[in-house]
Each structure stands twice: as structure tokens, then as C-alpha cells.
Design a protein around this ligand. Structure first.
Ligand code: MG
Length: 264
């Protein structure tokens, strides 16, 4: 497979472009090379707290050229996904950052936790203030028949030096266990978000690569969408998943070297 013949490249953010507040080695050089060759770029993230504007600003601050149109977040799709299934409704939001804003912008009403009985839908994102009170409210609402959606099921949010924050998936799974109901996942690997990414990119699936560190979200979703998949994984990482990438690389410098080799 020749990377240089692809028209578009989609990149995961957490654990791929950056870890916490640190850019991964070789990211800047590889992205600059793609831009130089006129490739289309998109950053596709399961982030449940931030909107494209703030993520583009974070990329820019780290020295990576990116516009907000080049960032697509799972959070952006949340409000509409709820409307399509449940109409404009009353939502108990277990989340933080821009989640409430996104729901209200779509015409939903955000229900305070103590009035959980009014919720018709429970929406989960990452929430650093998650506690037993929220778990109880969300689980009881779902057990009584409220819809249950989560921005993602990611177990972890990778930080610097191998540390991590628990992901939205850790919270959603707690609600799922207590309520006995599985959530609808909005973000990767849901095919809807990959379709949106390809539309934004203006590429057919086979013309674009999905580059990411998660086999169960990036590689699974990219492959199911018909994209070329590139798994960014440490040399000693075990492929403990049913989903396999087209190409496995240990780093961005390795990807850049592959691209350069194709020209020789
Ligand atoms: Mg990742």
C-alpha cells in the first residue's frame, strides 16, 4: 500500500497526536509533509467535553496547523443523535465542559441531577466530578426506561508518561452495570461518525487513511468504513482485539520514513 497515493488522512487525537499536553514525536513533521503534498487532513476525536474551536486552538498552540473545520468531535454529534431517536427532549447530562451547551443548542432541556425522574434520556460523557449521586440518578433513570447514550466507551484517556484519566467509557459502564442496559455509542467506532468524517474530508473511503492508537475504535471503525487503517502502537503493544490494521507503525517518524521511501 502506498500512503502517498491517498488523498486524505484522518487522525485520532488522544494517544495519537498528543498524550495529555505533549505532542507525540514526529507529529509536526509528518503533518507538515502531508500538507506540502496537498493532502486533506482531519482530526477525529471521541472527546466528550470540547468543541472543534478549542481543540484547534490547542493544536495551534502546540505548533500544529489546524482549523476548526479540520476537527470533528463525537460531542458535536450528540445533540442530533438524541433528536433523531427521541426528538427534542429532557436530558440528564452526566458530563462536563461543553456538553450542556451542545444539548441546549439542539433544543434539548438539561435536567438537574436531583430531578432525574424528569429525564427521558441519559447522556454520558467524561465527567471529573462524577460521583455516587450522579451514578444513582443516571442508573435509576435508565432502569425506569430513559434512553441511554454515551459519547464514547473509551476506557481511558491517555496522559503523559503512561498515566491516564478514566474515560467516559468507565462512567458509562458503571451506569450500564447498575441499570442493566447497554448504551448507544455516538463516537468511534459508530459508522455515523466515520461517514461524517469522510464527507468533511471530501474523500471516498478507499482514498483515506484512519490513523489511531485504538484497535477497538479507530481501527475497527476505519476498517468498517472501508478506509485504509494505520495503527500507531508501541513496539511491545499487544494486538488484543478482533480488529486488525492494514498497517502497524511504532511512531510518526516511521510513517514519515515510509512516505519518503515511496518517492525513491
Ligand atoms: Mg486515541
Amino acid at each position: 500500500m502506498r500512503l502517498g497515493e491517498l488523498r486524505g488522512f484522518v487522525f485520532d487525537l488522544d494517544g495519537c497526536i498528543w498524550a495529555g499536553s505533549v505532542l507525540l514525536p514526529g507529529v509536526k513533521e509528518f503533518l507538515a509533509c502531508l500538507r506540502q503534498r496537498g493532502k486533506r487532513l482531519l482530526f477525529l476525536t471521541n472527546n466528550s467535553r470540547e468543541l472543534p474551536e478549542s481543540l484547534a486552538t490547542r493544536l495551534n498552540r502546540l505548533g500544529v496547523e489546524a482549523s476548526s473545520r479540520e476537527v470533528l468531535t463525537a460531542l458535536e454529534l450528540l445533540g442530533k443523535a438524541i433528536s433523531q431517536r427521541f426528538g427534542r427532549t429532557d436530558v440528564l447530562a452526566v458530563g462536563a465542559g461543553a456538553m450542556g451547551q451542545v444539548l441546549e443548542a439542539e433544543g434539548h432541556r438539561v435536567v438537574p441531577v436531583e430531578r432525574w425522574k424528569e429525564a427521558r434520556v441519559v447522556a454520558v460523557g467524561n465527567d471529573p466530578t462524577f460521583d455516587y449521586v450522579k451514578l444513582k440518578a443516571a442508573a435509576q433513570a435508565v432502569a425506569r426506561g430513559a434512553g441511554f447514550v454515551t459519547v464514547n466507551l473509551d476506557p481511558r484517556l491517555p496522559l503523559e508518561e503512561g498515566e491516564f484519566d478514566p474515560g467516559a467509557g468507565a462512567i458509562a459502564e458503571a451506569v450500564a452495570v447498575a441499570s442493566g442496559v447497554r448504551p448507544l455509542v455516538i463516537g468511534k467506532p459508530n459508522p455515523v461518525i466515520f461517514k461524517a468524517a469522510l464527507e468533511r474530508l471530501g474523500c471516498e473511503p478507499h482514498e483515506a487513511a484512519m490513523v489511531g492508537d485504538s484497535l477497538n475504535t479507530d481501527i475497527r471503525g476505519g476498517a468498517e468504513a472501508g478506509m485504509v487503517t494505520v495503527w500507531l502502537a508501541a513496539a511491545d503493544a499487544k494486538a488484543d482485539s478482533a480488529f486488525h490494521p492494514r498497517l502497524r507503525v511504532a511512531s510518526f517518524p516511521e510513517l514519515l520514513a515510509r512516505l519518503d521511501d515511496e518517492l525513491r
